[in-house]
Ligand binder design. Structure first.
Ligand code: PGA
Length: 249
């Protein structure tokens, strides 16, 4: 009942021409009948990517946004602006935002509320660092990020989000979580959804895995019962490897 969602997070990579070419290649070949597919390019290329995938079922999302609707926030983007340009999703609380740009759970929470109010699907990211994992703190960290980032949302609102579990130690490192390690945290997150909201929400919310997903490890990860998709960084920058994750062999 949960449709797989494969999203490409291009981060701060590619130029305009490369972005358009990649978006077109994905739109032409991705099997969007079986899987939901989204592309999250740098914000200056959003409009071009929306245009490049027009007529396909490929969705486009932002990599971040600010929670306010408008105003004197130099350099920021509002949820309405993302909507206006044709986005249906937005990644929130990515570990790079949390670690490099000081985003707190409270910031992520404000953004999650604002994204939902604007009609965007937030992909809310959670994940532990290597130090936290080695210190046996994974469950506590995930719980704190989950509760802090979703505070004040109704069960119905939570039904409209996607969660991405991205262990920080696996992002861009080539060090992928084993299917068992990932599944264990996904199962914990699903339990949190059930205890914090209800069984129906727990059964319907999609939980993506992210962190060094590649064509050769995607099938095994996606086969886990609680892994409902992937948030892909490096391997989403080339059509072949991204398509190989969308339709793994
Ligand atoms: P990666 O990035 O696939 O390059 O590890 C994943 C992410 O940060 O979303």
């Amino acid at each position: 009942m949960r449709r797989t969602l494969i999203a490409g997070n291009w981060k701060m990579n590619l130029n305009l021409q490369q972005s358009e070419a990649l978006a077109k290649a994905v739109a032409e070949s991705a099997d969007t009948d079986s899987v939901d597919v989204a592309l999250c390019p740098p914000s200056v290329y959003l409009a071009a990517v929306v245009n490049a995938v027009a007529g396909s079922k490929v969705a486009v999302g932002g990599q971040n946004m600010y929670h306010a609707a408008e105003g004197a926030y130099t350099g920021e983007l509002s949820p309405g602006m993302l909507k206006d340009v044709g986005c249906s999703m937005v990644i929130l609380g990515h570990s790079e935002r949390r670690q490099l740009f000081g985003e707190s759970n409270q910031d992520v929470c404000l953004k999650t509320h604002a994204a939902l109010a604007a009609g965007l699907t937030p992909i809310v990211c959670v994940g532990e660092t290597l130090q936290q994992r080695e210190g046996g703190e994974t469950s506590a960290v995930i719980r704190e990020q989950f509760e802090g980032s979703l505070k004040g949302l109704t069960a119905e609102q939570v039904g409209g989000i996607v969660i991405a579990y991205e262990p920080v130690w696996a992002i861009g490192t080539g060090k992928v979580a084993t299917p068992d390690q990932a599944e264990a945290v996904h199962a914990d997150l699903r339990k949190l959804l059930e205890t914090s909201y209800n069984a129906e929400i727990a059964a319907s919310v999609r939980i993506q895995y992210g962190g060094s997903v590649k064509p050769d490890n995607a099938a095994e990860l996606l086969a886990q019962p609680n892994i409902d998709g992937a948030l892909v960084g490096g391997a989403s920058l080339k059509a072949d490897s991204f398509l190989g994750i969308i339709s793994p062999r």
